[in-house]
Design a protein around this ligand. Structure first.
Ligand code: ADP
Ligand code: 5GP
Length: 197
């Protein structure tokens, strides 16, 4: 009776440590028809991170060459490293009717949400800044200096939440996940994204 016109671009941001990767990975395991957009970064890999799955890890020269060639839909410097989203990857998936999850920072999200009216912005809040620090320490993947840099950025990042369509509080993980998944399912059923056949 009806089918979807195009894939939906979900732009998800949060202060580092709020639980964005945890929520995104849960969604990707749980739902069909949605892919993760693998970004390019100049940040060194963390233990356990896989090339081509978590990120494409490149040096600054390679990254800047891609910038010059216009290969990024958006890019930004975040906590001292460069991160960017591949334009061709995003466009191909959306055309195929696949939804895409972009885990990007607030600067990148601003570029995408302003230029792509159909995109859906979701901002994940931690319960508090103290809890954010506890989670960053518990994750154990970043040095003290890196954690301090990320906590300092968190206050400004929280102030940018107004540009997103949805806010999700990641207090209890299961509860937050139900809200997150609910947003994705509801967006998939908006009549403007569907056509009668
Ligand atoms: P982000 O991707 O936003 O930087 P992560 O998903 O890596 O954050 O989560 C940071 C840490 O907090 C991880 O160790 C993760 O297991 C933990 N975490 C995520 N969500 C919750 C939650 N609701 N309650 C407690 N700990 C959480
Ligand atoms: P991390 O180093 O913890 O993986 O990511 C740091 C920050 O960079 C997070 O806020 C994450 O959302 C953001 N990020 C990851 N990929 C991209 C990207 O392609 N573009 C932008 N603008 N930010 C990104």
């Amino acid at each position: 009776m009806f089918a979807r016109k195009r894939g939906i671009l979900f732009v998800v941001s949060a202060p580092s440590g709020a639980g964005k990767s945890t929520l995104c990975n849960k969604l990707l395991d749980d739902l069909e028809g949605i892919d993760f957009s693998v970004s390019y970064t100049t940040r060194p890999p963390r233990p356990g991170e896989v090339e081509g799955k978590d990120y494409f890890f490149v040096d600054r020269d390679t990254f800047m060459d891609m910038v010059r060639k216009g290969e990024f839909l958006e890019y930004a410097e975040v906590y001292g490293n460069l991160y960017g989203t591949s334009k061709s990857f995003v466009q191909e998936r959306l055309k195929e009717g696949k939804d895409l999850l972009l885990d990007i920072d607030v600067q990148g999200a601003k570029q995408v949400l302003e230029n792509m009216q159909e995109a859906v912005g979701i901002f994940i809040f931690p319960p508090s800044l103290d809890e954010l620090e506890r989670r960053l320490l518990a994750r154990g993947t970043d040095s003290k200096e890196v954690i301090e840099k990320r906590l300092e950025a968190a206050k400004w990042e929280l102030d940018q939440a107004g540009m997103y369509h949805y806010w999700v509080l990641n207090d209890d993980l299961e509860r937050a996940y139900q809200v997150f998944k609910g947003i994705v399912l509801a967006e998939r059923h908006r009549s403007k994204r569907l056509e009668r056949m």
